[in-house]
Design a protein around this ligand. Structure first.
Ligand SMILES: Cc1cc2nc3c(=O)[nH]c(=O)nc-3n(C[C@H](O)[C@H](O)[C@H](O)COP(=O)(O)OP(=O)(O)OC[C@H]3O[C@@H](n4cnc5c(N)ncnc54)[C@H](O)[C@@H]3O)c2cc1C
Length: 572
């Protein structure tokens, strides 16, 4: 087994992880940046093509307090206001820093261009032309990371467990996916920046790396999760025709710039029937649009791929081109002519508002264990504004890196722990439940993953009931306890996908159970959590739900949301 050691271990190299690595290195710490995919190319960050929200005030007067007000309003009373404030107040500095490092935000003359987006009261969302925001910021951070000698990068390493000693995080165990071998890493501080959980759902907008592993790793280590029921479903994710190399949620700006008709499978407008005035402008809110589409599909009036048509045929080509010039050509290259053909869209799992519970220093309740980016819960409450997620990744990454770097510096050298055979044995014991390679069992891990995704979509998706959630919970526990230890793992040593899939599934099942358990307990509808059996918000539930593991069982408790502290948490 290969052993490595570092001051700060960063798990996950998306926007948050790379920012955290840079920031920890600035503190003088040595950093190991691990990713199960290729560093800087694996997660949601590189897929995001739209906008980043920050109160730069370049198009019209704006300030961080107004951004915060909009964020808190969207969060429907559940935001951790310290975290929301951090996001809004540090956002502009991060955006300008990214520009210094080479990101070319779209500009008009000497002003960074900023657009309005739903829920924002000001033109606040900047971007890189054309649909290039995520790839551009990922490239900037990759370049910056590669310039820092203090940051070592390792790709193809999936972290599968953390090592905890006396309530303190001291290391991690990873699987080298290329060679099939275990790697242990001793660290003085660990940052979980392994992104969100949308892979739990059959229909999702994200990369295949979003299995919710950060949440499971945190739970197993003894940390707490918050508001796991709040999965954001984007109502008009792209379903068909095939769209290569473009963002599946790209239709949002088309919606608010141009308007577009939502039509059912019989080409009839239907959203007005579900309590919204849509009338060709597509102004219905996300929750009503998602509900209306799913209800039409349920009634047998969906499109061939199980959604609705989004139709721009009433808009002249000149107007489409004026608004989205080169994007229209990229669509044409995909065989999509918006003047002739409507596209099929439908709700899709897109982002997770819940996550690891941290304070404003990004610390969990386990000493030395930090989190950053989408893995963190609370900043966006029950509902996230568009553009806030990339800002969150930069801001929380920078903060986590700074705090973890300082923590590592204050720690005594404790080199002998890395080789502590007892600790290693305990951690290795936990992961030894993987079935032996090469034994014939019949079902591959990926097959159970597919079943889990279907189950989550059907029973814990955009619209939930107590009955469906209970069915999901029973099946998830059965899968975890009875079927996970008995799956078939191919015998090959290198690039054995069954090993990757098995460890991922192990985490997915824990995270799915956390989502479903939380969704069952919250008997109200609020923001992204919609219960058909409890259709209204209930003031009793103006609270955050905290989950932790006790003797292998998930325990839920309720706390009052963190309200804005008198002094904003600045500069670590
Ligand atoms: C298609 C799409 C479009 C989006 N558009 C926007 C937008 O326009 N504006 C906006 O603000 N937000 C947008 N978002 C959301 C935003 O992109 C994400 O919330 C944000 O980028 C998350 O950054 P992150 O660094 O926390 O996670 P990620 O960028 O997802 O990175 C997480 C990394 O962790 C790695 N990882 C996972 N598990 C492990 C493990 N066990 N061991 C090691 N590594 C692991 C993954 O491979 C990945 O590289 C979009 C998301 C998607 C999917």
């Amino acid at each position: 087994m290969r052993q490595v050691s570092t001051d700060v271990l960063v798990v996950g190299a998306g926007g948050a992880g790379m920012y955290a690595a840079i920031s920890a290195a600035r503190q003088g710490a040595s950093v190991l940046l691990l990713d199960k995919s290729l560093v800087g190319r694996g997660g949601a960050t590189i897929m995001a093509q739209m906008t980043v929200a920050a109160a730069l005030g370049q198009e019209e007067p704006d300030d961080c307090a107004t951004h915060l007000k909009d964020t808190l309003e969207a969060g429907r009373g559940l935001c951790n206001e310290d975290l929301s404030a951090l996001l809004c107040y540090d956002g502009p500095e991060r955006i300008l820093e990214m520009e210094e490092w080479g990101t070319r935000w779209a500009r008009t003359g000497d002003r960074i261009r900023q657009e309005i987006a739903p829920g924002h009261s000001r033109k606040r969302c900047c971007y890189v032309d054309f649909l290039n925001t995520g790839p551009a910021v990922a490239a900037t951070l990759r370049r910056k990371v590669s310039e820092l000698a203090a940051v070592r990068r390792l790709s193809n390493i999936a972290v599968v467990d953390l090592i905890i000693k006396d309530g303190r995080a001291i290391g991690a165990i990873g699987v080298n996916l290329a060679e099939g071998e275990l790697v242990t890493c001793h660290a003085k501080a660990i940052i979980l920046a392994a992104g969100g959980l949308t892979k739990l759902y059959e229909r999702n907008s994200a990369s295949s790396n979003m299995g919710g592993e950060a949440y499971a790793l945190a739970l197993w280590a003894g940390a707490e999760l918050i508001d796991m029921e709040f999965v954001q479903f984007f109502p008009i994710g792209h379903l068909a025709p095939r769209l290569v190399g473009m963002d599946p949620i790209m239709w949002d700006p088309f919606r608010y710039k141009l308007g577009g008709k939502l039509l059912n499978g019989s080409f009839v407008e239907f959203v007005d029937r579900y309590g919204a005035v849509d009338s060709g402008k597509y102004t219905a809110t996300r929750d009503i649009a998602a509900y209306a589409i799913l209800k039409e599909v349920e009634a047998g009036r969906g499109t061939p791929h199980g959604g609705a048509y989004l139709d721009f045929r009433h808009i002249p080509e000149a107007q489409l081109r004026a608004a989205f010039g080169p994007v229209i050509d990229r669509l044409l290259a995909n065989g999509i002519d918006l003047t002739k053909t409507p596209v099929e869209v439908g709700p899709t799992a897109h982002y997770h508002m819940g996550g690891i519970q941290v304070n404003a220093r990004m610390e969990t309740c386990i000493q030395g264990l930090y989190a950053a980016g989408e893995a963190v819960g609370g900043a966006n409450g029950a509902n996230r504004l568009s553009g806030n997620a990339i800002t969150e990744a930069f801001v929380f990454g920078a903060r986590a890196g700074a705090c973890a770097g300082k923590h590592a510096k204050t720690m005594q050298e404790n080199g002998d722990e890395s080789g502590d055979p007892k600790l290693m044995a305990v951690a290795l014991d936990r992961i030894a439940s993987m079935p032996p390679r090469g034994a014939k069992r019949g079902t591959a891990p990926v097959a159970l993953q597919a079943e889990l995704q279907k189950l989550m979509w059907e029973k814990a998706g955009p619209f939930r009931t107590g009955e469906k959630l209970s069915q999901a919970l029973r099946r998830i526990r059965e899968m975890r306890e009875q079927e996970l230890p008995d799956l078939e793992i191919a015998s090959q040593g290198t690039f054995n996908m069954d090993i990757q899939d098995w460890f991922e599934l192990r985490a997915m099942l824990t995270t799915a159970e956390a989502v479903v358990t939380s969704a069952l307990s919250r008997t109200e509808s609020r923001g992204a959590h919609q219960r058909e059996d409890y259709p209204n918000p209930d003031p009793l539930y103006l609270r955050n739900q905290v989950l932790r593991l006790k003797n292998g069982a998930l325990i839920s408790s309720w706390v009052t949301p963190v309200r804005l502290a008198a002094g904003l948490p600045r500069n670590g």
